[in-house]
Design a protein around this ligand. Structure first.
Ligand SMILES: [Mg+2]
Length: 147
């Protein structure tokens, strides 16, 4: 499966605070953003199971910077979709929904936003909207029947 992750408040703390992975001196020097604790293990496990990992963000972070950030954590991303790429591919449909994973052949999208979950119901794409009820990585593994 091709699985995409949102960045802000899903993997990168913003409005929501959560524990983050340790950063090495190289990452601090480069100003790499902190990512949620457990991200590396989860992504490595998913890759071992044969899944491809993507990032789908409505931010305008540069795709290369996102790739580099994950690479420093030992994660090679399959693809990165930022708002620029979303607009390019969806064209006149870009404002119909904030994210449309099927346009990028993504099978499952992970997000913190209930609004994205509603879009998934409306436009028929699969999401896992993580909440505080259970450890976040387990919510994804359970959805994949890997928990
Ligand atoms: Mg978010």
């Amino acid at each position: 499966m091709k699985i995409s992750f949102d960045l802000d408040d899903t993997l990168i703390p913003g409005c929501i605070a959560f524990p983050t992975e340790k950063q090495n001196a190289f990452q601090k020097l480069l100003g790499i953003e902190r990512i949620r604790e457990g991200t590396i293990n989860l992504m490595k496990q998913l890759k071992t199971e044969g899944h491809s990992i993507c990032i789908y963000t409505t931010s305008y972070r540069k795709t290369l910077a996102i790739r580099l950030a994950f690479w420093t954590f030992g994660i090679v991303l399959h693809s990165v979709i930022n708002q620029t790429r979303h607009n390019e591919v969806l064209k006149e449909k870009k404002n119909l929904c904030s994210k449309y994973p099927p346009a990028f052949r993504i099978d499952l999208h992970i997000d913190d936003s209930p609004g994205v979950g509603l879009e998934g119901q409306r436009f028929k794409f699969r999401t896992v909207i993580i909440n505080d009820d259970a450890p976040w990585a387990n919510q994804i593994l359970t959805a994949l029947n890997m928990g």
